[in-house]
Design a protein around this ligand. Structure first.
Ligand code: DGY
Length: 321
């Protein structure tokens, strides 16, 4: 019997053709509720999906032969990894192919914040330039400033490489204190020292569901009043209420946030309208090239598991046997 594959994440003909060649391919509607999705994918051997699609007990009960869940994301905080592992289901994600895109956005935020690019753009757009009004206050060079990277994995290291091109000093903190051998030059600092010494603090850690935020009131209180916080990883890594309070009180200079605690945010959430914040709608990987690479990788992952071969990435490799 060919395996049954359910897909809601990939539409390119060259990718759907590869899936169709490997089994019985069906589409399902990712916007249906959890129960409707569980019903729609009954009997699946493999699922290709976005990270927001719920994969819970009900779905697993209806798909006892499920072997692989291939998500088109690197982040897997929305999945219950223990549950999937108990059911012998491989959870495959898409690391590495998005490192550059996320690191680019991180450094774009450093430049936007240090050079006040939003402020100057608004000056021009509002007609103030045309009316010959005086320029807003001058901005600052990134050169010579310190970028503090929390989470010195692959994306953090790419951010460090780019920061060197802008002649910044780079310091880092991670739960390990020995830099990986391939890491670019940067100095390890304990977390509190990094927070005290950085002009820009950027977050590149995984989100562990249920873990306390890495950046809360105490950590924000250690940052300089001239420093900026940048988050292109996951919203709950920061205590957003504490950040909002710090931004309102100007105890830090500002923030650049690609991710928020709730996505999309409540339209009245001050975090998206405060004058010292730049927010983006979770676009770290939102380029044609990167998203395609992610979809290709998730198809490779799914097909490899079905063929009994090692996938390009797997969150719970113990199930692969
Ligand atoms: C990822 O791949 O985890 C990105 O944040 C997009 O969801």
């Amino acid at each position: 019997m060919p395996p049954t594959i359910y897909n809601c994440a990939v539409a390119e003909p060259h990718l759907t053709a590869r899936l169709a060649a490997a089994g019985d391919l069906h589409r399902f509607d990712a916007r249906a509720g959890e129960a409707a999705i569980a019903e729609a994918v009954r009997g699946a051997d493999a699922l290709l999906l976005h990270p927001m699609v719920p994969v819970g007990e009900q779905l697993l009960a209806g798909a006892p032969d499920l072997k692989v869940v291939a998500t088109t994301s690197v982040g897997f905080n929305t999945f219950d990894v223990d549950l999937l592992t108990r059911h012998g289901v491989a959870l495959c994600n898409t690391p590495i192919v998005l490192n550059d895109a996320v690191a680019d956005l991180t450094i774009a935020l450093v430049l936007m914040l240090s050079r006040d690019l939003m402020g100057f753009e608004q000056f021009s757009r509002s007609g103030a330039w045309g009316r010959r009004e005086p320029l807003p206050a001058l901005a600052h060079d990134p050169e010579g400033k310190t970028l503090g990277i929390i989470g010195f994995g692959r994306i953090g290291q790419e951010a460090a490489r780019r920061a060197h091109a802008f002649k910044m000093n780079v310091i880092w903190y991670d739960v390990f204190s020995e830099a990986p051998p391939e890491a670019p030059e940067a100095t390890y600092r304990p977390l509190d020292d990094l927070l005290r010494e950085s002009d820009f603090v950027t977050l590149h850690t995984n989100l562990t569901p249920g873990a306390p935020p890495v950046i809360g009131e105490r950590e924000l209180s250690l940052m300089r009043p001239t420093a900026y916080l940048i988050n292109t990883s996951r919203g709950p890594i920061v205590d957003q209420a504490a950040l909002t309070a710090a931004l309102r009180a100007n105890t830090i200079a500002g923030a650049g946030l690609d991710v928020l605690e709730d996505e999309p945010p409540d339209p009245n959430d001050p975090i998206v309208t405060l004058p010292n914040v730049i927010t983006f709608p979770h676009i770290g990987t939102a380029t044609e090239e990167t998203r395609l690479a992610m979809r290709e990788m998730s198809v490779d992952n799914l097909l490899a598991v079905l063929a009994g071969e090692p996938p390009r990435a797997c969150v719970n490799p113990s199930v692969l046997g």
